[in-house]
Design a protein around this ligand. Sequence first.
Ligand code: PXP
Length: 406
Amino acid sequence: MPVFITDEAFGVQNFNRLAFERQAQALLARLPVFLQKSDELSASFALKHEPQLSILLTTDEGITAINGRWFNRPWPTNVISFAQQADDLLAAGPDFVLGDIVISVETAAKEAAQSGVPLNLRMEDLLIHGLAHILGEDHEDEQSAVQMRQRESRLKNLLNGGNNMADLCINVDHIATIRQARGGNEPDPVTAASLVELAGADGIVVHLREDRRHIQDRDVELLRRTVKTRLNLEMAATEEMLSIACEIRPDVVTLVPERRQELTTEGGLDVIAHRDTVKRAVSRLHEAGIPVSLFINPEEEQIRTAANVQADCVEIHTGRYADAPSPSQQDEEFDRILEAVRLAAETGLRVHAGHGLNYRNVTRLAAVSFIDEFSIGHAVIARAALVGLERAVREMLSLVKSGVPL
Ligand code: PXP
């Protein structure tokens, strides 16, 4: 947990300490997104580390002592913060502490009563004010005060969901894999897709493979008629598949490489090597009014070529990050993805990410701005086998949407 609260101010009326703690945790968990967006700290530093914050909730007497000792102002105030020194920050390990915030809940209660707002709302403002100080703001003169207010309002937006939350699209291929194991008609990926949508997912993904090992043509046809969010059809750029896509008209097509022997899609599409084929496929799908995403490895030249062949979107292959055998290799893969995502977004491409993502490794990516959508299959369907599809989808949604660990 990124926030540590010490409470010396028990019993203040109308203060919901748990709700405050939840807000503080959410704010800290989303902070790397904010830092990255505004480039205020090195993005990869902030994203690789989990910033922590210590909060002391105290009384007027408690804050008077601190105000007197450190600032020679022996009287009560609402909030005081102490930032960790920049040098210490850079020398810090993965769990670096941003600083300490001291809030007098008593003063906050008086201020809330004066302005007629709930105490928790006032506490939230003070938390944000204290955090803005820690991030280097002050209100010593008019110009810096204006800048500080802007920073506070951005932090407030962040807390209240103003960050771009990625969409979560669920791949239901593995429901079809179970069905195909007995060659019957249960479980039906079309029913599963409805349940996934009811649980709140933003879209459905299926891969119609050349060998039809899981998803069948009938599934895609029915899904097109029943999916109410959006349907993403993954397929190889073959003549057969292009005809099917132009007929069915999914909301988006993701072009993937396909080898019959593989267990799952093993690597990204080599857009450079297959530039002409991909370009023709993109333009044919565009003529049918279908946007196209290219599933590629996080590599600069693949991204540039994807933009060059007029793709609308790239899906960054996260498999190497997900399967990294050590934390340091995972860090390297994460950095690669981060750079790729930035470049793709700068190039004007929409950015999806997927493959191998699960309940443990998705949170770090969920905090990366500019990833518009996650495509996740195996982890969710595997969990669904044990806890039910709705719960499995909701749990993944909570990770993808907030970046807050379960
Ligand atoms: N994205 C693409 C292009 C895929 O081929 C797959 C696997 O079918 C996924 C995402 C989902 O991967 P996983 O099942 O490992 O979550």
